[in-house]
Design a protein around this ligand. Structure first.
Ligand SMILES: [Zn+2]
Ligand SMILES: [Zn+2]
Length: 448
């Protein structure tokens, strides 16, 4: 049994010990739950959000989960129709089962910083303890919350089962962030009820008490950058954008390469896992604290620094510095965080050259190792386009050339992984390719 320092841990663990339903084996990749048999929202859930905070502890060989606590403050902003994840792009999955019947009533897949850590040299053997948060619709009756991850055969296996009883499981007020005085949330773009829209919450990072005007201007600019590219542009009415007006103590972003240390709102820093431009935060509990009651399907951290940098993880968060490159960086990062898309570039020197190495198809929709290409974008490739497709010459670095095909070099690897076009937003800031566009539109649809 795992340990936690949380004051409610003993009560939570005691109720969990009584759990009878094991979460068991899950569906394999590609055999997603039947989209037409979605559970009825109003039968199982109220209009509130249940926030589950936990630590993932371990390294590339093993990991375990320690519950930190449950929180609730927000209305449910997620889908009211598509409760079971139809795509399963992520490495991890939260699966909720009705306790009385065992029926699967909610699932979402996601990725984590911990997963990336495991692919760094340090993550091979050193043990890390990392914060993670999942958001669920608030159950009406007792449920089992199964926290799962894929095994080496890509099957989801349950790491931990949490028994949650809405009538008696304690909600920890401490994790609802009593210390932080919440400034109001601004509607940067409002198109309708959060349950029927994709809600993006912008969290300002590295803005001091005297940066409020800049913060608001930057939020408005960020909103425009998101909707300056397709398919976000023509789907603009399907999104709400919220700005959290929460200035920190001082200005700027921590950058170890420049010896800059800032006590910023959510603790973001350049130099994550040894990469200068990889700007991320490990403080997920604080991040969700700061969000407070802001409706939120996806988080964008807006980092007040002119140094190029950013990052994003599927159904986790996206972050971008406020630089002249933000109009390009931001849609790319949302491709990861909202769309579950993989990078289409090659970076064999980095830590992640092997992160997509698998005898199965990678789970992301926009890269393939040709093991099961039928399931990817074969239907978008003309019959006379060779597979693999020979490269063509780009006339400019942010342009593209050639038809939709299968071009070698993707997902950080120069060999063995393939991308749909020569250049795409997920490679070097060209427009999203037809494969990425289709995947994004399909994801947008589940929120409406
Ligand atoms: Zn990327
Ligand atoms: Zn693409």
């Amino acid at each position: 049994m795992s340990h936690t320092n949380h004051p409610y841990a003993s009560i939570i663990l005691r109720t969990c010990v009584a759990a009878l339903f094991l979460c068991g084996w899950a569906t394999s990749w590609g055999q997603s739950p039947d989209k037409h048999k979605q559970p009825r929202y109003s039968k199982y859930f109220t209009d509130k959000t249940l926030r589950v905070e936990y630590y993932r502890v371990g390294n590339s060989h093993w990991d375990t989960i320690e519950l930190h606590g449950y929180g609730s403050k927000r209305q449910w902003a997620g889908s009211g129709k598509v409760l079971l994840d139809p795509f399963d792009y992520g490495t991890y999955r939260v699966l909720v089962k009705d306790r009385r019947t065992g029926k699967e009533i909610y699932s979402r897949t996601y990725n984590t910083l911990f997963h990336e850590y495991c692919d760094t040299p340090e993550g091979k053997d050193s043990v890390a303890r990392m914060e993670e948060v999942v958001l669920l619709p608030w159950p009406k009756a007792e449920v089992d919350i199964c926290l799962q991850k894929r095994d080496e055969h890509q099957q989801f296996q349950t790491s931990k089962t949490l028994h949650f009883d809405p009538a008696c499981t304690p909600i920890a007020p401490a994790i609802d962030c009593g210390r932080i005085s919440h400034e109001p949330t601004v509607r940067l773009q409002y198109n309708g009820a959060p349950r029927k829209k994709i809600d993006i919450a912008i969290v300002p990072e590295g803005y001091g008490p005297f940066d409020i005007d800049k913060m608001l201007d930057d939020m408005k600019n960020f909103t425009e950058y998101i909707f300056s590219v397709e398919p976000f542009k023509s789907r603009r009415e399907d999104f709400n954008v919220w700005g959290v007006l929460q200035p920190g103590e001082s200005s700027g972003i921590t950058d170890p390469t420049k010896n800059i240390r800032v006590n910023s709102t959510v603790g973001a820093s350049y130099g994550t896992f040894g990469s200068d431009r990889y700007l991320m935060t490990f403080y997920l509990f604080q991040l969700h604290c700061v969000l407070g009651s802001t409706p939120c399907d996806h988080i964008v951290i807006m980092a007040n620094s002119e140094t190029y940098g950013g990052g994003a993880i599927y159904n986790f968060y996206a972050i971008s510095a406020v630089t002249s490159m933000s109009p390009h960086i931001l849609p790319h990062e949302l491709g990861h965080s909202i769309g579950g898309l993989a990078d289409e570039y090659v970076e064999e020197e980095g830590s992640y050259a092997d992160i997509h190495k698998t005898p199965y198809e990678p789970t992301e929709p926009n890269i393939t190792n040709l093991v099961d290409f039928e399931k990817k974008w074969k239907d978008l490739v003309d019959a006379d386009t060779p597979i693999p497709t020979p490269p063509c010459t780009l006339d400019n670095p942010m342009g593209t050339c050639g038809p939709v095909g299968v071009y070698e070099g993707a997902g950080y690897a120069a060999k063995g992984l393939y991308r749909p076009v020569m250049n795409c937003m997920m490679r070097y800031y060209a427009p999203f390719c037809p494969v990425c566009t289709r995947a994004l539109n399909a994801i947008f649809d589940i929120y409406l």
